[in-house]
Design a protein around this ligand. Structure first.
Ligand code: SF4
Length: 204
């Protein structure tokens, strides 16, 4: 049986802000196992969407942008939720693009398998581990995300940690999180405000 292609819910063909110092395209992968109350991409949460984009069309669009774009970022949803991610990243890498990943670290074991393909990672660390279930609705989400953090910190892959400041996060709370990350020698940590839900440009 042929492998299922990557399920894609959105595509942004050009961005200067989603991969540090590189011009990039962003592929929004469909599906996420968590249900954060402040999620700004709720249409990407179900494993299947009504308007999925065709993977081969995305590859053709990227081929046309060779020499103009530097990188492709796999975002979501949660990209690592899909088994097809590794093959898709390899195909994009074969076109000559650097590979970026935006992840919440839901699947540390799958993330480990992807490490050889990654040039840059933006990892959401939402809170201290014990506070995750109330945010994500998933019992072991805190352990999974922090295990992914430790894994990435053990590599040389450039890493940015992002934390969304949600309504339940007090200053005390945010400071405790920042302190913990600094103890782990995290070099790049960005606190970002909650955003309204958006659609992702789907041009194909
Ligand atoms: S992990 Fe990210 S994509 Fe998934 S529900 Fe939370 S904010 Fe949304």
């Amino acid at each position: 049986m042929p492998d299922s292609p990557l399920r894609i819910g959105g595509f942004v063909p050009f961005t200067a802000i989603d991969y540090p110092d590189k011009l990039a395209a962003v592929i929004f992968c469909q599906g996420c196992p968590w249900r954060c109350s402040y999620c700004h991409n709720p249409h990407l949460l179900p494993a299947n969407g009504d308007d999925l984009l065709d993977w081969q069309n995305i590859l053709r669009e990227l081929e046309k942008r060779k020499g103009f774009l530097d990188a492709v970022v796999f975002s979501g949803g949660e990209p690592t939720a899909q088994r097809a991610l590794s093959k898709a990243m390899q195909e994009v890498s074969d076109l000559g693009f650097s590979i970026g990943l935006h992840t919440a670290g839901c699947y540390p074991e799958r993330l480990e398998d992807l490490l050889p393909l990654l040039d840059w990672v933006g990892l959401d660390i939402k809170d201290l581990p014990q506070n995750y279930p109330a945010l994500t609705g998933a019992k072991k989400s805190g352990q999974q995300a922090w295990k992914s953090l430790e894994l990435l910190l053990s590599t040389d892959i450039p890493l940015q940690i992002r934390t969304t400041v949600h309504s339940g996060m007090t200053q005390y709370h945010a400071e405790a999180l920042c302190k913990e990350l600094s103890l782990l020698q995290v070099k790049s940590h960005v606190l970002q405000p909650c955003r309204e839900a958006t659609g992702n440009q789907a041009l194909l």
